[in-house]
Write a protein that binds this ligand. Structure first.
Ligand code: ATP
Ligand code: MG
Length: 398
């Protein structure tokens, strides 16, 4: 059977100077992770590229999986063929037709490279001959050597490799190349997107979910599990912690001004998340806050929340509009789960008129009305944890 090779190119990883090896190794290991369910994990690394040999009729789902690996910029499927001109031309035409099926374009160029200098046709000449053949074989295309819509690459080694930049990957940095952070994961639209964005920069995720069972339901928890499951496609297995905040919310309702309820709960969430983060080796927290979106996300509220912890709080959505966030949530396939109507713990005991410009000194004053240390300890001792595993992939046809 004819051989194909999937070629992976990675953008920023290449820029990492002396640390490049580390980034490449992380990328290799993440590629192995996503390929494992297909039964074969042979990946070769040569000159800034990864090569994955496959048979001609390989399972194309593999490409979808590779598109979701952080650190992958471009994915090509090379035909590995005999080196005679006619065979190369036919393979180039197949590639161009394959591209035509997936996108519309007008202009192309051919770029050739001979690693084997004994090959009788020089690179420029090879490009010209193959380019001419393509031009005559297809209607409605033109050559543009400066700014082509698509490029057909020919590389002549022991065999000829014929390919194009068939797919764009997600970019970013390889999974696990940039430490770990604790995501505050609610059932909403924002926090899964925030986690995904930070994970895209190579950060491993852990997640914590706060609930108010029995005021919030088991189904609300399952929704969060489903969101975490979606994230595992990109991030690998995720440790999901959950904490019941009810006793704290009740204490706040009993002892503190009603209007400060939301901010007091948010400070507690952040504090508990930091405690977990430190215990489980994370160097930052991540939230889905977006400036001005709701009362607890005014700049003063964010300051008051921030001042409850010392770890950095990463807020990748801070300056984004809801619509932009929704677009990403659709792209990463969390949107439909996020909009399922289950209650959130923040809506339990929601004040009618929350403070929108809380002052930390005043909030701290209210916290003295609570036995904060004892409550924190009590909640922390009841943390539950579940590993969210990756959803399984088909295993045939690799
Ligand atoms: P989301 O859509 O992510 O729920 P939101 O627009 O509902 O966000 P808030 O409820 O103010 O906004 O929450 C802001 C951020 O605080 C969330 O993005 C999330 O990171 C964190 N958060 C809120 N509620 C919870 C919760 N129940 N468990 C864990 N984290 C939470
Ligand atoms: Mg929410």
């Amino acid at each position: 059977m004819a051989e194909k090779q999937i070629i992976i190119r990675s953008g920023e990883t290449v820029l990492k100077g002396k640390n490049r090896r580390i980034f490449e190794d992380k990328l290799m290991s993440d590629l192995s992770r996503v390929l494992k369910p297909y039964g074969k994990t042979k990946i070769e690394k040569k000159h800034n590229r990864m090569y994955i040999p496959v048979e001609n009729d390989f399972n194309v789902d593999i490409l979808d999986r590779l598109k979701n690996v952080f650190g992958v910029d471009l994915i090509s499927v090379a035909s590995v063929v005999e080196r005679d001109l006619e065979t190369i031309q036919k393979a180039a035409l197949d590639e161009l037709k394959e591209l035509k099926r997936s996108r519309s374009f007008k202009t192309f160029k051919v770029e050739s490279k001979r690693t084997d200098k004994k090959y009788p046709i020089k690179s420029m000449e090879l490009s010209r001959k193959v380019g001419g053949y393509l031009l005559h074989s297809l209607d409605d295309i033109e050559v543009d050597v400066h700014h082509p819509d698509v490029t057909i690459y020919l590389e002549v080694k022991e065999k000829a490799y014929v390919f194009s930049d068939r797919f764009r990957g997600l970019g970013g940095l390889p999974r696990g190349s940039n430490g770990q952070a604790m995501l505050l994961l609610s059932g909403g639209i924002d926090s899964p997107v925030a986690g995904w964005m930070v994970a895209k920069r190579g950060v491993l995720l852990k997640a914590v979910y706060f609930h108010s069972y029995p005021y919030t339901s088991q189904r609300a928890y399952e929704k969060v599990v489903e969101l975490a499951e979606r994230l595992t496609t990109y991030c690998g297995p995720i440790q999901l912690f959950s904490i019941n905040l009810l006793s704290f919310q009740q204490a706040v309702a009993e002892h503190c001004p009603e209007s400060e309820g939301t901010i007091l709960v948010r400070r507690m969430m952040t504090r508990l998340a930091e405690k977990l983060a430190l215990e489980y080796g994370c160097d930052a927290l991540i939230t889905g806050e977006s400036l001005g979106q709701v009362a607890s996300q005014t700049i003063q509220s964010i300051r008051a929340t921030n001042e409850s912890v010392t770890l950095p709080v990463l807020r990748p959505l801070i300056a984004m509009d809801k619509q932009e966030i929704i677009e990403i949530s659709r792209k990463i396939d969390t949107y439909h789960t996020s909009i399922l109507p289950f209650e959130d713990c923040c809506t339990v005991f929601l004040p009618d008129k929350p403070v929108t410009k809380p002052r930390t000194d005043k909030i701290k004053q209210s916290e003295t009305l609570l036995d904060l240390d004892a409550l924190t300890e009590e909640l922390f001792n009841q943390v539950e944890m579940e590993w969210i595993k990756e959803e399984n992939e088909p295993k045939e046809d690799f």
